[in-house]
Ligand binder design. Structure first.
Ligand code: HGY
Ligand code: MN
Ligand code: MN
Length: 400
């Protein structure tokens, strides 16, 4: 089945008729449909498929006659879950391209001397349970199931129950990466570097450190009309000033800060709220910079809270440290096609595997607008196919 045919298969799954965006939260029907699709696509290629207790998957193409049995394998893949109302490419492009690259290698008559695995890690976005790259963190041991299972989604559903409801059982164990010698993730670029360079493919040099922090603002519920302005303890005001401070601090430091998610209680039109919960996504070019930025925003929020008679508490919910990919591997792969080596501010499972000590690389495919985490996310078919060829060349080099 060609890349285009696989892409057509995935197009409608979890797609909103109104926005054209994708809602493929992990352990929901849409993502379960994608897991079934991947299972079928892997088995149709004769890959030796493993689905672990969380729904992480890997399909292995093993050498017919291993010259040196037991050589560590080359793993490639990405994720199928999406952010809320996300784009079509973030994640699935890496999975479909990996399957298509196996097809290309077979069509070329290539036979690997070490195993080639195609993987899918679940809850990469952390959009349901708040921890980025949850699937790969559990597989690498960066996070423990005993802790993770207590996480709740926005509806109060526990992770443990969500996984069980999807027909999975974590007690059956997780994927093992012991036989993985290196990992390559192909991903749509979430930025404009390749566009500005007018090239279709790039190689990642690093992932900026980034984190997600819950800001709990509490005040005093009261009447929107009868309560004088000077008598209020309004958490919405403190939140608003904190959001302004975050934007200013990030601009001054040349970093990134976003409040993209908000919950207000009781969320009434004619009442001063009692509580506002806001989630900050912060990203910086260094670990120290990230700590400084979050500290500065938290400090200014607390100072504002004391002026407003409100309270603020800040809780780190997901932190991903700086990742510098194996420079020799990056240079090696970039040499295949003369591809540029560029940084990214987006987190990826590749970052988790790299942090776990697995030599890791990323290939980026040009995104004409650079827009991501949006229905507008896009990549030209010609660039997607160039990415497949680049991944096939990469796998041929690594698995020879
Ligand atoms: O949020 C991120 O950085 C990634 O897209 N999961
Ligand atoms: Mn992604
Ligand atoms: Mn993403």
């Amino acid at each position: 089945m060609t890349f285009e045919a696989m892409w057509r298969d995935l197009h409608p799954v979890g797609r909103s008729a109104s926005s054209g965006g994708y809602n493929r939260s992990p352990w929901t029907s849409a993502e379960s449909e994608l897991r079934a699709w991947f299972t079928e696509a892997a088995l149709a290629r004769g890959l030796e498929l493993e689905t672990d207790g969380m729904g992480n998957q890997v399909g292995w193409w093993r050498p017919a006659t291993p010259e040196a049995p037991g050589l560590p394998g080359v793993l490639t893949g990405s994720h199928l879950d999406s952010v809320l109302d996300g784009g079509a490419y973030d994640g699935p492009l890496g999975v479909v391209s990996a399957l298509a690259a196996v097809d290309v290698l077979r069509a070329r008559g290539f036979s690997p001397s070490r195993p080639i695995g195609v993987s899918v890690f679940t809850e990469e976005e952390g959009s349901r349970f708040g921890l980025a790259c949850l699937g790969s963190r559990l597989v690498t041991g960066a996070s423990a199931w005993a802790d993770a299972r207590e996480r709740q989604d926005r509806d109060g559903v526990y992770l443990g129950d969500a996984v069980a409801d999807a027909g999975l059982d974590p007690s059956t164990g997780l994927l093992s990466l012991d036989d993985v010698g290196c990992f390559v993730e192909l991903h749509v670029e979430q930025g404009r570097d390749l566009v500005d360079r007018d090239v279709a493919v790039g190689v990642a040099s690093e992932i900026w450190p980034h984190g997600r922090y819950r800001f709990d603002f509490s005040g005093e519920a009261n009447h929107a009309g009868t309560t004088r302005m000077e008598d209020r303890r309004d958490p919405m005001l403190t939140y608003a000033m904190t959001a302004l401070a975050a934007n200013k601090q990030a601009r001054l430091a040349g970093q990134r800060a976003t409040f993209g998610r908000l919950e207000v209680a009781p969320n009434g039109t004619n009442a001063v709220p009692s509580r506002v919960t806001a989630w900050l996504d912060a990203r910086c070019s260094s670990d120290a910079g990230l700590a400084e930025l979050v500290d500065a925003i938290s400090r200014q929020g607390s100072e504002r809270a004391s002026r407003d008679g409100t309270q603020l508490s800040v809780t780190a919910e997901s932190v991903s440290g700086s990742v510098v990919f194996d420079p020799d591997l990056a240079r090696d792969l970039a040499g295949i096609g003369g591809w540029p080596i560029i940084p990214t501010q987006a987190g990826h499972d590749a970052g988790i595997l790299s942090a776990a000590g697995i030599p890791t690389a990323m290939l980026f495919v040009r995104n004409p607008t650079g827009v991501s985490h949006s229905p507008a996310e896009f990549a030209e078919m010609a660039d997607c196919l160039a990415g497949v060829e680049a991944l096939a060349d990469t796998l041929a080099k690594l698995a020879s």
